[in-house]
Ligand binder design. Structure first.
Ligand code: PAF
Length: 254
């Protein structure tokens, strides 16, 4: 049975004990509503570490839209079953009081990349992400932490934060897992209406088309998306679009 820990100090003590016994710890932070993308991170963590910890915590400080936070699915029982089947040993399920005993008095702010792309459209988002990830790292103290490339900007920022604060862990990036029609797996996909779901794969097709970003933007608008951005960054093209009330992000190698 997967071991469930809700208390931060109990989690820290348990994991410190495992580390002292010589077990390597792989960590997959999540907000739950686990899909194949998350489970691939758990599988990779299991292949590279002796113990795998999954955290499930819907972090309010990374939301600027209360509806988005309220609508985030929370199928805890199924999540625990999926995490266990994928090879997780410990589920850390803190609540707000555990994580934000300081009432968010202390936070991590990055002043460059976090202001662009997603950050330009979601105020305070990356302050919330980086703060909760740093807290989770402090509790779990993993040897390796696993993040999906779908959230490319998050991955870069977590990696940069780990380096900036000399954190003694490896941030491991894992490829985006896609549906057979190319749509990147996301907990938000379940909220797409059938007609929106049929349009959604066009997002990945257009991003992968190799056309100039201005043409991609027009193609997406013509297909029925509202476009927040499509931008080329070095080797990648990144985009964020909206279909009805659902916001999707994706990125591909340019
Ligand atoms: O990618 C996510 O699910 C979240 O941003 C994370 C890393 C679990 C922090 O809340």
């Amino acid at each position: 049975m997967i071991e469930i820990i809700r208390n931060a100090n109990a989690a820290r003590d348990r994991l410190r004990g495992l580390s002292r016994q010589g077990h390597s710890i792989g960590f997959v932070p999540t907000m739950g509503a686990l899909h194949e993308g998350h489970l691939s991170l758990v599988g990779r963590a299991g292949a590279e570490n002796e113990k795998v910890v999954v955290s499930i915590y819907v972090n309010p400080t990374q939301y600027d839209d209360p509806d988005d936070l309220a609508n985030y699915p929370r199928p805890l029982e199924q999540d625990l079953e999926k995490a266990e089947t994928a090879g997780a040993h410990i589920a850390f399920l803190p609540d707000y009081e555990e994580i934000y005993a300081d009432a968010y008095r202390f936070r991590v702010t990055e002043n460059q990349l976090s202001r662009e792309l997603e950050g330009a459209h979601r105020s305070g988002h990356f302050d919330g992400v980086l703060t909760v990830v740093l807290k989770l790292f402090g509790i779990v103290r993993p040897d390796r932490a696993y993040f999906g490339e779908k959230d490319w900007q998050q991955l870069q920022l977590v990696r940069d934060m780990a380096s900036a604060f000399f954190l003694d862990l490896e941030v491991v990036s894992c490829p985006t897992v896609r549906e057979s029609d190319g749509l990147a797996m996301s907990s938000r996909n379940a909220r797409l209406a059938p007609v929106e779901r049929s349009i959604a794969p066009e997002f990945h097709r257009v991003l992968s088309s190799g056309r100039p970003t201005s043409e991609m933007e027009s193609a997406l608008k013509n297909a029925g998306f509202k476009v927040d951005y499509v931008e080329r960054r070095g080797e990648r093209v990144l985009g964020a679009v909206r279909l009805g009330k659902v916001r999707l992000i994706d990125n591909v190698e340019a």
